[in-house]
Design a protein around this ligand. Structure first.
Ligand code: ATP
Ligand code: MG
Length: 357
């Protein structure tokens, strides 16, 4: 089947059993909105999960199943889009090695996203060689599908920039694309890779419950889409803002107000403005009240997703997820193998062609 739609590639790492609100506003909303206009590839980065969880392979396996269940629960549709299991796409691993030759080592080590992750995830000096490698691997994840757009949260911008740089270099070095050719013209000018752009979500960086770091699977500061209504409220109730009373003017940018912007403003702008006015002027609106209102809105948003996820937590659900993963492996390998073939040909490595089925 051929299609003329432009492509999207994006994905999640199975470092936890499901998706959180940050994923939703940072990337999932865009995936849902663009699912029909684009040929979409959603990648589950299960190899990259080993960068921090190498000693917990059974967790990574369960997390992989969990993330795919959440994808189905939010409405990503495997009959329209392809779900890509990274560990079964050999072309990605091969491209990683080939692209690694075009990215200076020091540039990888200076990548601000990696640096932030090393600090916030407390990785110390003993992180594995594979950890910085994942940044190169992510360039291969993306480029293997030759997409034009990559819907991600802000934290991924540095990675997408690196991916663009390596694609430009590849096209110039091996495909004869002139170094004055603008990125948007590279593919037309004979480059194997279109130069992909990041598409940042409605909320590029949803703050975590700690009010400091971004909401993150690995940092224990997340509300998951499958959390029970009670757990959602409990987690919100534990947020601290340092505000002493409802008559003390509150900080317009604290975590609660950021959540009002993220979850109430879109649906009910007048209510969000009223909350913010009263909160910041000390007009008798307590943190407890705001947390309650946020709990209701967030629960209403995730209720249907939670219900669909629960339906998948059955033997039949597990089978369905495995079926979707297997189907995706087959479809994804067709495209990724084609890309690898084009890349190897450009590099003079086209001695013969294997088949992966
Ligand atoms: P980990 O802690 O293991 O890195 P994570 O919570 O950062 O997990 P990822 O799988 O790394 O999740 O990210 C998946 C996608 O969700 C990426 O596009 C990322 O930019 C986006 N994303 C993750 N957290 C947030 C957030 N707090 N706000 C907006 N987007 C986010
Ligand atoms: Mg992350």
């Amino acid at each position: 089947m051929t299609t003329t739609k432009p492509r999207i590639l994006t994905g999640d790492t199975p470092t936890s059993t499901g998706l959180h609100l940050g994923h939703f506003v940072g990337s999932i909303e865009n995936r849902l909105a663009l699912q029909d206009q684009y040929e979409c590839y959603f990648l589950i980065a299960n190899v990259h999960a080993f960068t921090t969880l190498a000693d917990k392979p059974s967790d990574i396996r369960a997390n992989t199943m969990g993330i795919v269940k959440d994808w189905l629960a939010v409405g990503l549709d495997p009959s329209r889009s392809t779900f890509v299991l990274q560990s079964e796409i050999p072309a990605i691993a091969e491209l990683t090695f080939l692209l690694a030759m075009l990215i200076p080592f020091n540039k990888v080590m200076r990548n601000p996203t990696l640096k932030t992750e090393m600090t916030t995830k407390d990785m110390g000096e003993t992180y594995p060689f594979g950890f910085p490698m994942y940044a190169v691997g992510q360039c291969a994840d993306i480029l293997a599908f030759r997409p034009e757009l990559v819907p991600v949260g802000e934290d991924q911008e540095a990675h997408i920039e690196m991916c663009r740089d390596v694609a430009l270099k590849f096209n110039q070095l091996y495909c004869g694309v002139n170094n004055r050719t603008p990125p948007s013209e590279h593919h037309k000018a004979g480059g194997v890779f279109p130069i992909p752009s990041a598409k940042i979500g409605r909320v590029g960086r949803l703050i975590g419950l700690d009010g400091v770091q971004k909401m993150s699977k690995s940092l224990g500061n997340a509300i998951f889409l499958y959390d029970s209504p009670k757990d959602v409220q409990k987690k919100l109730n534990r947020i601290t803002t340092g505000r002493q009373s409802p008559t003390e003017p509150g900080d317009a940018n604290n975590v609660l107000m950021q959540y009002v912007d993220a979850f109430i403003a879109g649906k009910d702008p007048a209510r969000a403005a009223e909350i913010k006015r009263r909160y910041t002027t000390g007009d008798n609106l307590g943190d407890g009240h705001v947390k309650q209102e946020l709990g209701e809105v967030i629960n209403a948003l995730i209720d249907p997703m939670r219900a669909r996820r629960a339906e998948l937590e059955t033997p039949a659900g597990e089978e369905r997820v495995l079926g979707v993963i297997r189907d995706g492996i087959r479809k994804a390998n067709i495209i990724a193998e084609e890309t690898l073939h084009l890349a190897k040909k450009a590099m003079g490595l086209d001695f013969g062609r294997r088949t992966v089925g």
